[in-house]
Design a protein around this ligand. Structure first.
Ligand code: ZN
Length: 204
């Protein structure tokens, strides 16, 4: 469908204005590692990504997987785009629930997901994965809220969960799990910091 020719100019895809310009080649979206400052000429990727999905569908092999995770495992991780949770742990589709948010912090909504995971879908083990170089290390709780309030006119009622040390942040999240009466299975909880420069998981 898409000729595997030399990379089309980014203007041909309309995907300029972001770091890593997306281009088509052999039916897949590839990206040139070009740092392009985010600016007003940003354009969304969804339409082009649907073409990747068409290729995915044509090769789809996950038919018949069970709804409940095979390893009875739930993982709570930061949303960081450099972390592929399945890949870093050698997981297969259907093995585990992956619950992600900014920081991988145990918030009320993470507890909500864990309660569904444990009580409805039989998971009994929890792994926490935070990481080095997290965005939440680069802001302060009040400073970030000040910025939002100046921009929106309203101060967020929620906690940003900014932190300095990812190991301390994992300890805090583990403590929240252990102290939360809604979390049914607490016997198997382990926490890790993923080193984004080496791929290594460091246990807390
Ligand atoms: Zn992060």
């Amino acid at each position: 469908m898409f000729a595997p020719e030399s990379p089309a100019p980014s203007s041909a895809t309309g995907l300029t204005g972001k770091a890593g310009v997306l281009i088509y080649e052999e039916g897949y979206l590839l990206r040139q590692n070009v740092a392009v400052p985010l600016s007003d000429d940003f354009s969304p990727s969804a339409t082009e990504l649907l073409l990747n999905n068409a290729t995915f569908v044509s090769e789809f092999g996950d038919v018949g997987l069970a709804l409940a995770p095979l390893l009875h495992l739930a993982i709570v991780a930061c949303m960081d785009s450099r972390m592929d949770i399945f890949q870093m742990l050698g997981l297969r589709h259907g093995d585990a629930h992956i619950i992600r948010n900014a920081g991988g912090v145990v918030t009320d909504d993470v507890v909500r997901s864990l309660v569904v995971s444990q009580r409805l879908l039989n998971t009994q083990e929890i792994i926490l994965i935070h990481h080095t170089d997290c965005g939440l290390q680069k802001i302060s709780e009040e400073g970030f809220k000040d910025e939002i309030e100046q921009d929106c006119g309203t101060r967020p009622h929620w906690i940003v969960e900014a932190f300095n040390d990812p190991f301390d942040a994992v300890r805090e999240s583990m403590k929240r799990l252990r102290n939360n009466s809604f979390v049914k299975y607490k016997k198997n909880i382990r926490g890790f910091v993923y080193d984004v420069e080496t791929g290594k998981l460091l246990e807390v």
